[in-house]
Design a protein around this ligand. Structure first.
Ligand SMILES: NC(=O)c1ccc[n+]([C@@H]2O[C@H](COP(=O)([O-])OP(=O)(O)OC[C@H]3O[C@@H](n4cnc5c(N)ncnc54)[C@H](O)[C@@H]3O)[C@@H](O)[C@H]2O)c1
Length: 476
């Protein structure tokens, strides 16, 4: 996509990479190796639908194989093209390195508007696409593991997993060929919410650092912060829900395809989400002001802006008018490289996509490990937890006996301790830990180097250093 003669999405990511690389001391050959996309496979395939053969175009791009398998979602959208898929694949490379998931970067896409098709038609299309990729090892538990992205979810991942299993009946690890599957098809608890949950954990971590809050010209905590979200899909909905329900933030605006909703007192995220599910958009929702040109809301005063839909939405046409002092990139590439400079010059703090939406791939990693281990995730830890918790319970019961009525142990509290950690608790705590550690690694570079003045550069530097070390270890 090219907006106002700005570089394409892929070029924009490359410009950001180049800026980071210019602050590092990489041999030029290695720098080039890390920058370029290794391969992009284009497939055109036919599916008989509604009495005629329809041809679809899909892509799977592999940006870097410094670690394998490579990993990255599959997007269904009309905007999908080679440039977009390659940009997204390169972001996956740096994202995986930043949060230390042992994968290279990949991405796939199908040029399709999924809303135009019935469920059984989408299944035929998805299975055929999966077949085309799997027969070339572009879906494979040890080489290339897709996941959901815009326009796809658990349903599509279950079809892909089943298609791969049919083609590889003796592969005992077949389930690990794709992540983001529903729990009854080998998925893991907490994967659907993971990317939005990661956005929440990222913001919580940011708000643990007073110095960083001050740099964004904000104060206090997440509570009562006014937030505008673009895209109430998988990522945007979960982020908005958790931030409003659990952290007391106010979602004052929601931008969707057909317009936007605004309420300075805070929208009921659940009600808006249900309205969109029933009506295909936000128009007609009664309890808020409707804004015809949704993108206008990007420019409205708020504390935190969360673009969670498309790339390139904050560009040279609107960057100057953005008022949010803090932007967290839940979407991939929502800010063009040109807009990034305008915003930095204005003093806006940007929590970059590489980090902000890494919750998805982090929990996908847990799912992949669970599939390969063939053991219910958390079972081993659970035994240890139970042993430890039994000691706590014994201690509590002793206290209960001594203190009698003066101090009574709550049955719910006791039950929680006895139960030990379940899969969802383990996934969430593993994700929280990952988001904290990754933030701190970026933050250290951000604050310790005079030549690094933004989190995006810090994120790229941390990631590129790790990828370079990995290539060096391979002898390249
Ligand atoms: N799903 C994941 O796990 C995941 C992980 C990492 C990053 N991401 C990124 O997050 C972004 C959103 O992905 P998702 O999975 O939530 O997709 P989704 O398809 O579930 O949701 C996208 C939402 O954006 C809305 N939208 C589309 N075009 C819009 C426009 N022009 N203006 C306003 N709203 C618009 C859609 O109506 C939908 O509600 C993408 O950039 C994706 O690459 C997703």
């Amino acid at each position: 996509m090219s907006l106002t003669n700005e570089p394409s999405f892929r070029e924009s990511v490359e410009l950001m990479f180049n800026r980071a690389a210019s602050l590092m001391n990489l041999p030029s050959g290695l720098e080039e190796k890390i920058r370029v996309c290794n391969a992009t496979y284009t497939v055109r395939f036919g599916v008989r639908l509604r009495g005629e053969i329809k041809t679809f175009t899909g892509y799977r791009s592999v940006h870097s194989e410094h670690m394998e398998p490579v990993k990255g979602g599959i997007r269904y959208a009309i905007s999908v093209d080679q440039d977009e898929v390659e940009a997204l694949a390169s972001l996956m490379t740096f994202k995986c390195a930043l949060v230390e998931t042992p994968f290279g970067g990949s991405k796939g896409g199908l040029c399709i508007d999924p809303r135009e098709y019935e469920e059984h038609e989408l299944e035929l299309i998805t299975r055929r696409f999966a077949y085309e990729l799997a027969k070339r090892d572009l879906i494979n538990p040890s080489q290339n593991v897709p996941a959901p992205d815009m326009g796809t979810g658990e349903r599509e991942m279950a079809w892909i997993a089943d298609q791969y299993a049919r083609m590889n009946t003796t592969d005992i690890n077949a389930r690990a060929c794709v992540t983001g599957k529903p729990p009854h098809a080998g998925g893991i608890a907490g994967r659907v919410e993971a990317t939005g949950r990661g956005v929440q954990y990222a913001l919580r971590e940011f708000f643990r650092h007073p110095e960083d809050i001050k740099l964004a010209n904000l104060s206090g905590k997440l509570k009562d912060k006014r937030i505008i979200v673009q895209g109430l899909g998988n990522v945007g909905y979960h982020a908005a829900k958790f931030l409003s329900h659990e952290d007391g933030s106010r979602i004052i605006g929601v931008i969707e395809r057909d317009g936007a909703l605004y309420d300075a007192n805070g929208l009921d995220v659940e009600a808006v989400h249900q309205w969109i599910a029933g009506h295909g958009g936000v128009k007609g929702f009664a309890d808020a002001q409707f804004v015809e040109n949704g993108a206008d809301l990007l420019e409205v005063e708020c504390d935190i802006l969360i673009p969670a839909a498309l790339e390139g939405v904050i560009n040279l046409t609107n960057a100057e008018r953005i008022k949010a002092p803090l932007i967290i990139e839940a979407a991939n590439g929502p800010i063009t490289s040109g807009a990034d400079k305008v915003l930095r010059d204005k003093g806006v703090v940007i929590i970059p996509d590489l980090y902000a939406n890494a919750g998805g791939v982090t929990v996908s990693y847990f799912e992949w490990v669970k599939n390969l281990s063939h053991i219910r995730f958390g079972r081993m830890q659970r035994r240890q937890e139970e042993a430890r918790h039994q000691l706590v319970v014994d201690e509590l019961e002793r206290l209960d006996r001594y203190l009698g009525d003066a101090w009574s142990m709550s049955p719910a509290f006791k039950e929680k301790y006895l139960r030990g950690a379940d899969e969802l608790e383990l996934v969430r705590s593993g994700l929280d830990d990952t988001m904290r550690v990754a933030y701190q690694s970026m933050r250290e570079v951000w604050h310790s180097r005079d030549d690094v003045d933004d989190l995006r550069m810090a994120a790229f530097i941390v990631a590129i250093e790790r990828i370079a070390a990995s290539y060096r270890a391979k002898g390249l």
